[in-house]
Design a protein around this ligand. Sequence first.
Ligand SMILES: Cc1cc2nc3c(=O)[nH]c(=O)nc-3n(C[C@H](O)[C@H](O)[C@H](O)COP(=O)(O)OP(=O)(O)OC[C@H]3O[C@@H](n4cnc5c(N)ncnc54)[C@H](O)[C@@H]3O)c2cc1C
Length: 478
Amino acid sequence: MNAVQPASLIATLAGVLPDGGLLTADEDLARYSRDWSGDHFGRPLAVARPASVEEMSALMRRCHEERIPVVPQGGLTGLVGAAVAADSGEVVISLERLNRIRSVSPIDFAMVVEAGCILEDAKRAAEENDCLLPITFGAQGSCRIGGNVATNAGGFNVLRYGMTRDLVLGLEVVLADGRVWNGLKVLRKDNRGYDLKQVFIGSEGTLGIVTAAALKLYPRPTQIETALIGLRTVEDAMALYARARRECSDLLTAFELILRGGIEITLQARPDFADPLARPYPVYVLVEVSSGGLVDLQAMLRDFLAGAADLVEDGVMASSRAQGERLWLYREIMVERQGRGGRYLRTDVSVPISKLADFVTDALAALERTRPDALAVTYGHVGDGNIHLNVVPPEGMAAEAVEHLFEEAEEQIFAIVDRYAGSISAEHGIGRVKQKAFLERIDPVALDLAAGIKDAFDPHRILSNGRILASKSSLDYR
Ligand SMILES: Cc1cc2nc3c(=O)[nH]c(=O)nc-3n(C[C@H](O)[C@H](O)[C@H](O)COP(=O)(O)OP(=O)(O)OC[C@H]3O[C@@H](n4cnc5c(N)ncnc54)[C@H](O)[C@@H]3O)c2cc1C
């Protein structure tokens, strides 16, 4: 695959991009070599940084002709090891210089953004136009729009606004051979043949390089109300969710579950944070509703919680936006600090919402039975049936034993996911980390179709080879 050796590769690509477009020095490559989790490292052969679609197109044409393997890279916050270079040698294509907001139209409720734009910057541009770009999650200050499209990112607001897939109106994509597909449009309705953009969304950089996206916007909410609720069981949390969906109309924007262990991680990490409620509860949910100005949103949430007194043990409703943001910090700090600075097993699974409580009970019981030495951290976007059941090894455990623990725990969790007809990857994708489990489960017809799509879009398999499907050296992609 890697027919071109580094020195000639650099000479081949140097002529394609203007000065500063190709980085090759060790000290320059370091920041493109490790992802947010710190678990995945890959030193690229070089880093290409095209600053326009024309430069991207010329770059890919040359890579296609010379069979140079590449991997597109956004903000490196992906959690399945897909965006760092493979050991076999790849050129990283960073989108960071393609980062303009091309347009925002409050009348179309749409914006056109280049793929290297940081999500938070795109959200701010929407807000300046009195609109909301709904994609919201902890990494929004670092991840980029192209990464969000390529992973079909979810986040806190999916239950109201959908995944990234539901928010993309059009795409501009540079194909593996350098051709540019201009599918950028802001139409709400367009039934002209195949909807090609859907093939690229969630394809994790394996089918083309997204250079810009037309995204759906919503009216910017002028009111947001947040509450942190203490409950007895996950069953009660899911019963509360079902009621909230009905009684809060469509104004529910987030419903996040955190088990007590997660709150304790935040309390340990931040001694300045008090226990959020008068006493500890086994289960917590963060509930958020939002609306425009003509609704008494505060009264709605207060009345809803009062009417659910049979489920709600205790709770706090934020009295200001700042207090609401502080309640969210209990979750964000827990996410950052759960691994105690070391490695931990991340899972990102989904099951039918109706089965979520049973799934959590079964999975925690199985882990407790087989690995009582490990710490299970459980939280998630349960309004979407999506739960993260992460496993932290005991302190001081040897690296080999940690690997064994991760394998055993993951197998156990995935077997229970299968029992509930769920998904082993709800949001994060397959990349390289989940590939084995994915290929063990994929329907043979689906695999044939997926392999055919890959061949059609990237015949020389130079794009993100070995992510989702196995690398090209494996004839049947397994
Ligand atoms: C603290 C934290 C919280 C998170 N919470 C969530 C969450 O709630 N929901 C969720 O869905 N994810 C979440 N994630 C995962 C991650 O942030 C998302 O997957 C995000 O969309 C990745 O964007 P990125 O720009 O960092 O992409 P990268 O990590 O750089 O790349 C991810 C994948 O996309 C490909 N890619 C990147 N740019 C392009 C492009 N322009 N064209 C084609 N392919 C491209 C890469 O090759 C790779 O396969 C979280 C991550 C962290 C660290």
